[in-house]
Ligand binder design. Structure first.
Ligand SMILES: O=C(O)CCC(=O)C(=O)O
Ligand SMILES: [Fe+2]
Length: 380
C-alpha cells in the first residue's frame, strides 16, 4: 500500500507548471492539476458522478469539489489583487473584494453548505468564580492539525494507480524529530477529546490559494456557518499564543453579505486582556487616533489580517435582525490559520467541533438538521 504525507499527496509536480501565466497562477494551477491527477475531482458537466472522500474521523463522506468550480477559481487567479488597509495604528489588512466573483462564490457556498458536517458547540467557562454555560451562536467545524504532526494517507485501492477514485485517508500520527516540542505530542494527542481530522480535498484548493496570497502556509481550516442574522461572533482577536507572534489569518466569505467590524483594543489592554468581549470591564475607552471600521463582506470576498493586527485589534460579526434580511439566507466564513503546537489543535477542536451532535444541511427543508435524524429518514 502506497503511503505519502498529505502534503506530498497534494504537492504539485513542478514540471507541469505553465510558463505563460502570472506568479499566483503558477503557484496554484499545478495544485489544481495535481488534485485532478488523483481523479478526486470529476467533471460534473460531462458526468453525473460525484466523487467523495472518506476518513474515519469524519462523520460522513465529504464530496470533492466539482471540477466546474475548481476550473472557475483557477481561471480567476490571474486577476487576484487586494487593497491594503493600513491607515490606522497597528492595522494591516489586505482586502480582496472579491477574490472569487459572485456566481462561482455562490456555487461554492451551496456546495460547501451541503457537503460539510457542522456543530453547535456548547461549553462552560469560569467567570468571576461562577461557571457560565456558553452556546456558540453559529455553526462551526474545523479540520487540520498543528505543525508538530502530519497525517499519513494510504489509498484504499490495492492498485498503485494514482487515478483511482477510491481514495481513503487513514490517520497515522508521525512526529518529525526536528519538530518535537516540549509538550510531547503523542501524550497530548491522547488527551484530545476530539481526534484531529485531515483537511478534505474540497477545501485544499482554497487553502492553496490563500497560502499563495498570504505567502504563508496553513494547517488549520476553521469554518463558520451563520444560518441567520441572529448567528454572530462577538468582538475577539485571534491572538492565541499557539499561533505564534503576528499571525497572518486569511478569512474568506461566501453567501450572505455580513458586516465585519474591527476596533482597536482599548489603551492598556494587554495580550488576552479584553480578548473575547472587547474592552475589559469598566474600560471602554477608544484607543487614541483610531476609529471603528465596517467592511460589508460579500460572497467571494477575502480579508487577510496580518502584522500586528491580531495583537491590537478586535473583530466581530454582529447580529443583524429584521424582516427580509439577507443575513437569513446564510453565510459561510472560512479562516485559515497556522497552529504551531498541539495545544492549538486541541483548542480549535474543543471550541469548533466539541462533543455534541453533527448537523448537516437538508436541501429539501433548507435548514441545518441533526445528521442522525436525516440518516434515519433516508435509511442511510
Ligand atoms: O465570520 C467572520 O467573518 C469572522 C470569523 C472569525 O472571526 C473567527 O472565526 O475567528
Ligand atoms: Fe476571528
Amino acid at each position: 500500500m502506497a503511503k505519502r504525507t498529505l502534503e506530498a499527496f497534494f504537492s504539485p509536480p513542478s514540471k507541469k507548471a505553465k510558463a505563460d501565466i502570472g506568479p499566483l497562477s503558477r503557484i496554484v494551477s499545478p495544485l489544481v492539476k495535481a488534485a485532478q491527477a488523483t481523479d478526486t475531482f470529476t467533471d460534473q458537466s460531462t458526468s453525473d458522478i460525484q466523487r467523495f472522500t472518506s476518513h474515519p474521523s469524519w462523520p460522513s463522506l465529504i464530496a470533492d469539489l466539482p471540477k466546474g468550480i475548481s476550473d472557475s477559481i483557477e481561471e480567476l487567479l490571474l486577476t487576484a489583487s487586494g487593497k491594503a488597509i493600513n491607515n490606522q495604528p497597528h492595522l494591516d489588512l489586505l482586502y480582496f473584494q472579491p477574490l472569487i466573483p459572485q456566481p462561482t462564490a455562490d456555487e461554492l457556498f451551496r456546495f460547501l453548505r451541503s457537503s460539510l458536517p457542522f456543530y453547535r458547540v456548547k461549553y462552560t467557562i469560569n467567570r468571576f468564580g461562577k461557571s457560565l454555560d456558553i452556546n456558540t451562536p453559529r455553526y462551526t467545524t474545523v479540520f487540520g492539525i498543528d505543525e508538530t504532526s502530519r497525517f499519513l494517507i494510504t489509498q484504499e485501492s490495492s492498485s498503485s494507480d494514482e487515478s483511482s477514485s477510491n481514495i481513503t485517508y487513514t490517520t497515522s500520527r508521525i512526529v518529525e524529530s526536528s519538530n518535537l516540542t516540549k509538550e510531547s505530542p503523542p501524550a497530548k494527542y491522547q488527551k484530545y477529546t476530539v481526534p484531529p481530522r485531515p483537511i478534505p480535498p474540497c477545501l485544499m484548493l482554497l487553502k492553496n490559494l490563500m497560502e499563495a496570497l498570504a505567502s504563508d502556509t496553513y494547517n488549520i481550516v476553521l469554518v463558520n456557518y451563520y444560518a441567520t442574522g441572529t448567528d454572530s461572533i462577538s468582538f475577539h482577536s485571534d491572538d492565541e499564543r499557539f499561533l505564534g507572534e503576528n499571525p497572518a489569518i486569511a478569512s474568506f466569505s461566501l453567501g450572505a453579505r455580513r458586516d465585519f467590524l474591527l476596533k482597536h483594543k482599548p489603551p492598556g489592554a494587554g495580550p488576552g486582556n479584553g480578548n473575547k468581549n472587547g474592552a475589559p470591564k469598566g474600560q471602554d475607552a477608544v484607543f487614541p487616533g483610531t476609529t471603528q471600521i465596517k467592511l460589508p463582506l460579500g460572497s467571494g470576498d477575502m480579508i487577510l489580517m496580518r502584522g500586528e493586527t491580531q495583537r491590537n485589534w478586535l473583530h466581530s460579526i454582529p447580529k443583524r435582525t429584521g424582516k427580509g434580511n439577507e443575513a437569513d439566507t446564510g453565510r459561510i466564513n472560512i479562516t485559515m490559520r497556522k497552529a504551531m503546537i498541539p495545544a492549538g489543535t486541541a483548542n480549535y477542536y474543543q471550541y469548533n467541533v466539541g462533543t455534541g451532535p453533527v448537523y448537516r444541511w437538508d436541501n429539501k427543508k433548507k435548514e441545518m438538521r441533526l445528521w442522525e435524524e436525516m440518516k434515519l429518514e433516508e435509511n442511510i
